[in-house]
Design a binder for this molecule. Structure first.
Ligand SMILES: CC(C)(COP(=O)(O)OP(=O)(O)OC[C@H]1O[C@@H](n2cnc3c(N)ncnc32)[C@H](O)[C@@H]1OP(=O)(O)O)[C@@H](O)C(=O)NCCC(=O)NCCS
Length: 384
């Protein structure tokens, strides 16, 4: 009996997890893994983190160029006009159990928002750009609404005069944030906005390549982002820091976890072989905000973990490591960390869907078949 396929030779095996595979061309974002560099549309992430705003960066990702003053003004006006949630989406959020994971509520509400999208059924580039604006504008309102409802509070309407980052902080807490907190979140949003073919973006492109619509692609991307190996890692980092509790316990805790072959959340990366360039900004913000909040010990614990991980495993921290403590000292609940990632990354997802649709081909790879061959069906009574 032959045990391998006879007619067509099997394709050569792909590296597990598609490591190193170049799956598409893109002009949106590139990760230089060896050097630890990241660019959006040709601009270095450090330059954008220092000088840009999230709104400007989202425009850059979607349109390919930095906006002029007037273009940015118009983009911000469009975002502001789209911030309120349609009734059907409000109802989905209200009907969600109070104990639901905010990422699950977000995914379900985004999926439902297509029911009433003014451009539903129109997949032209112009219509998809308008959908992108609505998604970017509505994700913060959506998360904040659910958060307030689960705390027995009335959702707040977005406030005029605040940018997207400050508005989100206002809508979850009811308090206009101070300049340092608003600036820190704005920078965090810039840093998370895109990252080439990460798992959620690849998922979005695979969905978009079937000519499914933008809401479908973003819904799938949200599902992928929620996993702890991807966007879910930031909340896991904070759980670890809370469990460690004090700096004097940190080294022994990490060594014990490594001895058990456990993964330390917030470390390692598929592409970077050196420090993730986004971590430098978050490390600085975590230290500054932690000190100001009278909670410098989280940063102190993290410094020890970083040191042990570099010495013992040769691993560097990624974007999720210091974003965790940055958000914690800002008073943001743990289960909103990954939704914050989504508030930012939706801009990248939408840019990738637009790019995919502009020059589409179905994404359909092959599998190397390693299962049994030439089996014969037998009736249930004769099996076993
Ligand atoms: C990001 C990540 C999924 C990349 O995965 P990957 O490229 O498939 O790498 P692998 O999981 O195969 O890891 C390669 C080796 O490094 C080790 N490693 C990777 N990340 C590690 C971590 N965070 N802690 C401890 N060891 C780690 C693995 O155990 C493995 O060692 P081995 O070869 O001795 O078995 C992985 O580093 C990870 O799980 N990190 C923690 C979750 C996280 O922070 N995710 C956010 C990413 S931005």
């Amino acid at each position: 009996m032959p045990t391998v396929l006879e007619s067509t030779p099997p394709p050569p095996p792909s590296p597990k997890g598609l490591e190193g595979v170049v799956a598409t061309q893109s002009s949106i974002c590139y990760v230089f893994g060896e050097e630890g560099r990241l660019i959006y549309r040709g601009y270095d992430i450090h330059d954008l983190a220092e000088h840009s705003t999230f709104e400007e960066t989202a425009y850059l990702l979607l349109q390919g160029a930095l906006p002029t003053r007037d273009q940015l003004k118009a983009f911000v006006v469009d975002l502001k006009a789209a911030q309120k949630l349609p009734k059907v989406v409000q109802r989905v959020i209200k009907d969600a159990p109070l104990t639901a994971s905010p990422m699950n509520v977000l995914r379900t509400a985004v999926s439902a928002s297509v029911f009433v999208d003014p451009d539903k059924g129109d997949d032209s580039a112009a219509a998809e750009s308008r959908k992108a604006v609505r998604l970017i504008a509505q994700l913060p309102t959506l998360i904040a609404s659910f958060h307030r409802l689960r705390n027995g509070q009335k959702p707040l309407t977005p406030r005029r005069g605040l940018n997207l980052a400050a508005n989100f902080l206002y809508m979850i807490s009811g308090v206009v944030p101070d300049a340092a907190a608003a600036q820190a979140l704005d920078v965090a949003l810039i840093l998370h906005a895109d990252h080439e073919l990460n798992a959620s973006t690849f998922a979005a492109r695979v969905i978009a390549a079937t000519l499914a619509d933008m809401h479908g692609a973003v819904t799938g991307a949200l599902a992928a982002l929620a996993g702890p190996l991807h966007g879910g890692a930031n909340a896991e980092v904070m759980k670890m820091l809370l469990e460690i509790g004090t700096p004097n316990r940190a080294e022994a805790w990490v060594r014990a976890a490594l001895a058990q072959k456990e993964k330390i959340m917030g470390f390692g990366h598929r592409v970077y072989r050196t420090e993730d360039p986004r971590a430098a900004h978050l490390r600085r913000m975590s230290e500054e905000l932690g000190r100001k909040a009278g909670q410098p010990h989280w940063f102190a614990i993290q410094q020890i973990i970083e040191d042990v991980m570099r010495r013992e495993k040769g691993l560097y921290c990624n974007v999720d490591f210091y974003s965790a403590s940055t958000y914690y000292v800002m008073g943001i609940p743990l289960d909103l960390y990954t939704p914050i990632f989504a508030i930012s990354r939706v801009s990248g997802w939408c840019a990738h869907v637009l790019e995919q649709h502009a020059d589409n081909r179905l994404i359909r790879p092959r599998a190397e078949y390693v299962g049994p061959m030439n089996r014969t069906w037998i009736p249930p009574g004769r099996r076993g």
